[in-house]
Design a protein around this ligand. Structure first.
Ligand code: CAA
Length: 283
């Protein structure tokens, strides 16, 4: 039974995952090499919990209890973790390196989950010393508010690993869907081409960003327009997922829009950098 969780990476996804696991009663250690990132994660989690308390979604005493279950570390301590959830940048070289290293440190029976949004789980699994215990747990952004976790089965994932992962998802109050290991899985296979097409629509001068988003928000009842959503997800993440789809299917229908590439090259990554298709406050 899973009691103690390590979350590798304290970015927006890692901190959201750590938060919802700690809220559900798990002991959680968040690992990130960058002190600034660890501090930012704690500030973000505290703000999010404040918000949930102010909306009566969480009781004040549960907020304190959640924070007391969270610890931060620079590197993965040898410790007694039952599950590690990796949520580092969407880069296969980085992920395989960190997962291979983590698998040398973790207990033999610990499960390794990756929050990858598009990279092959089978490729990640075979870099570890326990391919049967590797699984995809793909959370949606913003994690505390989004109901879904997409579970991805690699060719090597065992039934026991799947069952233990499903228990954790139920315990944190999320809903699971299951995908086989194919580029983009379910959500990003469908969502990213839509976002990419919105960027093409802007690139070709068909409409302004504001009108593209209004069209999709008001015309198709999406909670936010595709360009605003791209800014929320991070344009670097969107580009890297489109690249995985393009390479994985070898099909030109997934070619990333040149404007998306240019925005990423300019460092206009969306909300996290203060500028993407829209401008954001530094706060
Ligand atoms: N924790 C707690 N509260 C939060 C929060 C967080 N992390 N993030 C936002 N909130 C709060 C806001 O502060 C806001 O509070 P107030 O009402 O007091 O201002 C409240 O939640 C609602 O937020 P918004 O006012 O911005 O309005 P909203 O009703 O539009 O909800 C949203 C926000 C849930 C993000 C909604 O716009 C939405 O569902 N957007 C789509 C998100 C989506 O599609 N996510 C999936 C992306 S794909 C992905 O993540 C996978 C991938 O691999 C790329």
């Amino acid at each position: 039974m899973i009691k103690s969780i390590a979350v590798l990476g304290a970015g927006q996804m890692g901190s959201g995952i750590a938060q919802v696991c700690a809220q559900a009663g798990y002991q959680v250690t968040v690992i990130d090499i960058s002190e600034m990132q660890r501090e930012k994660a704690l500030v973000g989690i505290t703000k999010s919990l404040d918000k949930l308390v102010s909306k009566n979604v969480l009781r004040m005493e549960d907020q304190q209890a959640t924070l007391s279950r969270l610890a931060f570390a620079k590197t993965l301590p040898g410790g007694d973790f039952d599950l590690l959830i990796e949520a580092v940048t969407e880069n296969i070289t980085l992920k395989t390196k960190l997962l291979a290293e983590a698998s040398q440190i973790l207990r033999d029976d610990a499960i390794i989950a990756s929050n990858t949004s598009s990279i092959s789980l089978t490729q990640l699994a075979v870099c570890t010393n326990r391919p049967d215990k590797v699984i995809g747990m793909h959370f949606m952004n913003p994690v505390p508010l989004m109901q879904l976790v997409e579970v991805i089965l690699s060719l090597t994932t065992s039934d026991e690993t799947f069952a233990a992962t499903a228990d954790v998802i139920q315990a944190i109050g999320k809903t699971m869907v299951v995908s086989q290991d194919a580029p983009g899985f379910i959500v990003n296979r469908i969502l990213m081409p839509m976002i990419n097409e919105a960027v093409f629509t802007l690139y070709e001068g068909i409409a302004t960003a504001k009108d593209i988003d209004a069209a999709m928000k008001l015309g198709t009842n999406q909670p936010m327009g595709p360009l605003a959503l791209a800014d929320l997800i991070g344009l670097d993440t969107c580009l890297s997922i489109m690249t995985v789809l393009h390479d994985g299917f070898n099909d030109s229908k997934y070619r990333p829009c040149p404007l998306l590439k240019n925005y990423v090259a300019a460092g206009w990554l969306g909300r996290k950098s203060g500028r993407g298709f829209y401008h954001y406050d530094a706060s």
